[in-house]
Design a protein. Sequence first.
Length: 691
Amino acid sequence: MSARPESHGRYVLANPAFCEITGYSTDQLGSVMFGDLCHPDDLETAAEMFGRLKSGAVEETDAELRVRRRDGSSIWVRQHRTVIEDEAGEPLFYLCHTEDVSERRAVEAAINVARGIADDALRESEERYRLLADYAADMIVCARADRTRSYVSPSCLRMLGYTPAEMMELDFSTFLHPDDKQRVTADYGQLVQRGGAVTHTYRLRHKDGGYVWVEAHWVATLVAPFADGTGLANTVIVSVVRDISERKAAESKIASMACHDALTGLPNRVLLRERLEEARLFVEAGGSAAVLSVDLDNFKAVNDTLGHAIGDALLQGVAERLLRCVRQDDTVARLGGDEFVVVLLGLENPEEAAQRGQTIVDVVSEPYELMGHQLLVGASVGITTSPRDGILPDQLLKNADFALYRAKAEGRRAYRLFEPSMAVDRQTRLETEGQLRAALADESFRIFYQPIVNVTSGAIVGLEALVRWQHPQRGLVYPDEFISIAEDTGMIVRLGEWVLRGACRHAAQWPATIRLSVNVSPIQFRAPRFVQTVCDALDASGLSADRLDLEITESVLLQESAGTLAVLNELRELGVGISLDDFGTGYSSLGYLRSFRFDRIKIDRSFVGDLLQRAESEAIVRAVVGIGNALGIATVAEGVETRGQLRRLRAHGCSEAQGYLFSKARPAGEITALLAASPGRNWGASTRISA
Ligand code: C2E
Ligand code: MG
Ligand code: MG
């Protein structure tokens, strides 16, 4: 619609459309002033705009305003005004193009009303959701495509130690664990681009520096137009982040349990296998490795006598020490019991493996202080090197075991390097076990007796029963070669009983002044019904109990439990004597001498052997004899081979002696004659019994 503009504020010309908008006829418009058509609320705006047009400040104006119609009603119009000038450039009249926009305005008003209502509802629901988010246990984060955050729920304080305000400031990537960073930021980028949802787990850094495992569910949403005031749709990533550190800890514990030993935390057989495979690859790539089989000497005795709590503590102590002996890339594994395996990588030469083996023997064999007990437990180590002895894990483990058996067989508390011949030896031991079992069934053993003499008078006061195995091919086999096998396999209980019964039977034939000494293995001592076995042997033979002397070693007393002492006291009540054998070689705790009144202490032959050569040995012998005399306990020197030794023992006040000087162990059949031939001999001065 258009209207001829006004002259001095009066309308000069108007078209029918303008007339229709305003409700005035063309004629009537002639007397209508510009201001009459203006809605009072828009009058000021209209006047101001018109003023600027008239003054030449602008060449056109454009505005939406309300026109007051002739009937008093108002109508929204859009008015575009321009100035028409004469040739001199002076304003001639103003042209006003008026467009009815009332319909659009009405729609907009309706929308605004509706939006007002909608806004209220939105606010309400927003509040509701914020409340939910604020109190949710999970952390809820709303982030924009550029990773800045628009909301962080307060649970972040509990989960990560940061306040929501602090979180808003920090970039997401600074929270991520270095190992997760690449994956998680890539996922985020994809989600922003493609939309959708993703759930994944990663670690977030806690304010204290540690990491928290979380499971996060990310959803990309498009925020509706207008909501952020720009009228443009925006991608927002809503993350619901759950703390799953407890679950992760449980999972990793389960995973770790599957390949770690629960007691020591060391890798178990499963993980060892993996490490051995790695070692194989390392060797195949030109490196070298060594596998060491480590076994504690007499661990079973410690466990059985001192109890499992101390046994466990000892194993933990051993594990710690083994770890001290290895480098970062090496492995210490526990296969169970007291069996440990060490895998060393990158050795300079086979000698290095030997040196490391020696270190392990030394370090593990140092005394342990456990729950008020001082323990001395030696270690034996078998070593195999790769590639020299092989590269396959099974082969290396087997080799190391062969070497370990050798170390144990040759006196323990030592290491041995694998040699191919050892595989044969192991086979031999297995065969020996089988033959020993058969020998037990056939009773292919003989009891020999070695005299014990009174140091002063030289008279034989007793005989110690020493068992020999009559082997069909090997002849007489000495106890050092089979007692430990019999102990390891439990056969010692039957063997010991056989010796006891046989020896009592023999001794019953000897003069009543002669004592019988019988060795008792710790395993036999702990066997149920041991006391009954002793009673039965005495009854069956008719030997009087006070002629029997049982030799036990300190390992029996390792656990001064009520049970051990009860057995000792029962034996004592029967009238049986008790000797402490091999004193000085084990723990040599004087406490044992206090807890039980022994009848005899047998000083180990290793001290007697160099009595004349080493001042230390002499000092020990003198001290033990001194203690024995002070406590009223007889002392027996073992392994006396020379008259010089005998003289020295006599000088120190030792009561009895035993050794090749007097006699080797002899078959039962020779004993009666021996006793008849040598009453009260003066061994130190004259002859010795020839073997
Ligand atoms: P042991 O009880 O200390 O017995 C003394 C060992 O020293 C015997 O060895 C004996 O022959 C040896 N011997 C004695 N005098 C001398 C000497 O002057 N010089 C040297 N070098 N050695 C001497 P054997 O008979 O070989 O027995 C070794 C060990 O086997 C015994 O040590 C004992 O612990 C054990 N044993 C022997 N018989 C039995 C048995 O019936 N039952 C149990 N449980 N153990 C036994
Ligand atoms: Mg003995
Ligand atoms: Mg002995």
